[in-house]
Design a protein around this ligand. Structure first.
Ligand code: 13P
Ligand code: SF4
Length: 302
């Protein structure tokens, strides 16, 4: 029996569900019950009412959110060390200081944060709904962290004052895309459509046709008539894009755009975490109750 077959057998025996982010390795995406962006995976984790175990093949903050939203389930992260560096750029102390400096302003945090940070905010958002969430708030100013590029994107789209916390947060993978990567490829493929993630810099967003979350890019590629797409996000998404659109061509704008943490999850690690039910993600109750409020508010608003 192949490793993939053993995982599928074990998954049935243990009544588990496997969720994989769009950046996971192709072979991990292929054995998952569901592949999606961060908001879709959060919703999916809650929809899977009968599953006893959720194997969340992604990075720490996504599995943590699933644990907060599903306290009765065992949530496994195949590799405990798969951490999003951006999520570590915002500390609880920094949020508390920003709130003192800007009293009365709501705090909106990207889900790419620790559960302890989420517990400090009014509402969470993902790249798919950040504009919608900030627009839905009455106030004209918000504190927003940790991604400065997403904060600026939201400010441009909503016309509100979006104060970034910290003022330098970034995704080490997405800032690698340079506007020149896109202009050169556009020169070679003039009919191609360009889609990028809002974690890319404004300069890169400016030379693109579409800015959206990973799953919004998948929908854009399906619905857009172009037959070639230039892609500005982590390379793992190409597997899903090609699978769903076999007649279309996808060109990664920069070949080095790899999130090393997402890639730590291998089939072997998915198998061993499920077999031994190890790498259980837990969040202390005092934190999870407050983080849950911020996540629930997002899920209700978006
Ligand atoms: P999505 O919610 O768009 O999948 O993004 C998550 C992420 O980590 C992007 O780098
Ligand atoms: Fe974090 Fe960037 Fe990796 Fe997404 S791609 S998980 S934001 S480091």
């Amino acid at each position: 029996m192949s490793l993939a077959e053993r995982i599928l057998k074990l998954k049935k025996e243990k009544n588990a569900v496997i969720l994989a982010h769009n950046y996971q390795r192709p072979e991990v995406q292929d054995i998952a019950d569901y592949v999606g962006d961060s908001i879709e995976l959060s919703r999916k984790a809650m929809d899977e009412k009968d599953a006893e175990i959720i194997v969340f093949s992604a990075v720490d903050f996504m599995a943590e959110s699933a644990a907060v939203l599903n306290p009765e389930k065992k949530v496994l992260l195949p590799t405990l060390g798969a951490r999003c560096p951006m999520a570590q750029m915002l500390t609880v102390e920094e949020i508390q200081h920003a709130k003192l400096r800007h009293k009365g302003i709501p705090t909106v945090l990207y889900v790419n944060t620790s559960a302890a940070a989420k517990a400090q905010c009014d509402v969470c958002c993902t790249s798919a709904n950040a504009v919608e969430i900030v627009s839905s708030l009455e106030e004209d100013s918000v504190l927003f962290g940790p991604d400065r590029n997403l904060a600026e994107y939201v400010q441009r789209k909503t016309g509100k004052t979006v104060i970034p916390i910290p003022d330098w947060g970034f995704c080490p993978t997405h800032v690698l895309f340079q506007p020149e990567d896109i202009t050169v490829l556009r020169g070679q493929h003039p009919k191609a459509a360009v889609m990028v993630h809002p974690e890319c810099t404004f300069e890169t967003q400016k030379v693109s046709d579409f800015v959206g979350s990973t799953s919004q890019m998948c929908r854009y590629a399906k619905e857009n008539a172009a037959d070639t797409f230039i892609v500005g996000t982590e390379e793992g998404i190409l597997h899903r894009l090609k699978k769903e659109n076999p007649s279309k061509r996808f060109l990664l704008a920069y070949e080095g755009a790899v999130c090393p943490n997402m890639k730590l999850n291998t089939l072997e690690r998915v198998y061993s975490s499920l077999r031994e039910e190890k790498n259980v993600v837990t969040v202390p109750r005092s934190v999870s109750e407050r983080a849950r409020k911020a996540l629930d508010r997002m899920l209700n608003l978006a």
